[in-house]
Design a binder for this molecule. Structure first.
Ligand code: UDP
Length: 239
């Protein structure tokens, strides 16, 4: 049944919001379980999977700074939140028999390895899922930018960006019933049209290095595998 696998090593970006599911805050075990199932399926096909997890279900630096907090400190809070999500995903994956390693950009050796790119690659070659936490370890960046940077550093062939919608539209499909979905976009179009795929830093990094991005509905059944196989799903952003 297995079609040709288009990519052998991928970077999967999971938004923190997905982790909360129907819970107002924190972790929805049902949703994280589904995500772990989807990742396990891809790993069993022999694809090397790395993951960057966001932290929107915990804290966003920009939101906290609107409440008067120092932006950089608020961003560190945001980064720490992503690590909590990483540990949750690690647990659900290991329960499914998938070997994992969490590597963080802020060292916390009791719970995770430090980010070591060459070791991360070794883990991937051994079939382990490597989950990157704490973003880039620097304020004023997003986990999307982190996903692009880590993808490039570890040699992932594509950035698969799982979202709550099934691709990129010309306007918000939840507000405008006539919104049109793009099958394909060039990086420049994303930037000039201000499409909310990822922030400009992340898009620029992908553009400058020719890293393809697949924006797809994360929670649709079998979607992660379809994205990895390069099936027509969601929106492809590429040169
Ligand atoms: N963050 C940061 N530097 C990074 C990655 C993340 O400062 O390299 C902070 C930032 O405050 C951000 C928060 O961590 O708002 C959570 O990440 P993000 O908003 O990207 O999560 P997502 O939207 O994917 O859930």
């Amino acid at each position: 049944h297995s079609g040709p696998l288009r990519w052998k090593r991928v970077m999967l970006k999971l938004s923190g919001e997905a982790f909360a599911g129907r819970e107002p805050l924190g972790i929805d075990g049902v949703v994280v379980g589904h995500l772990a199932d989807a990742i396990a399926e891809v790993v069993r096909e022999g694809v090397q999977v790395s993951v960057v997890v966001g932290g929107g279900n915990m804290f966003r630096g920009a939101t906290l700074s609107q409440q008067g907090m120092d932006r950089a400190r608020a961003d560190y809070m945001g980064m720490l939140g992503t690590v909590i999500n990483c540990l949750a995903l690690q647990d659900f994956l290991e329960k499914r028999g998938v070997e994992t390693r969490v590597q963080t950009a802020i060292t916390m050796q009791q719970v995770a390895e430090p980010f070591l790119p060459r070791r991360a690659i070794r883990h991937l070659e051994k079939g382990r899922v490597v989950i990157f936490g704490a973003g880039l370890g620097s304020p004023f960046f997003s986990t999307d930018t982190c996903a692009a940077q880590r993808a490039l550093e570890i040699g992932a062939e594509a950035l698969l960006k799982g979202t709550q919608v099934d691709g990129v539209y010309d306007s918000d499909p939840r507000k405008n019933p006539d919104a049109v979905r793009f099958d394909h976009l060039e990086y420049g179009e994303v930037l000039t049209r201000g499409l909310g795929v990822m922030d400009a830093t992340a898009i620029s990094l992908c553009m400058d290095n020719g890293l393809p991005i697949v924006v797809f509905d994360l929670l649709g059944d079998g979607n992660v595998l379809r994205a990895v196989r390069g099936e027509k799903i969601g929106t492809l952003v590429s040169p």
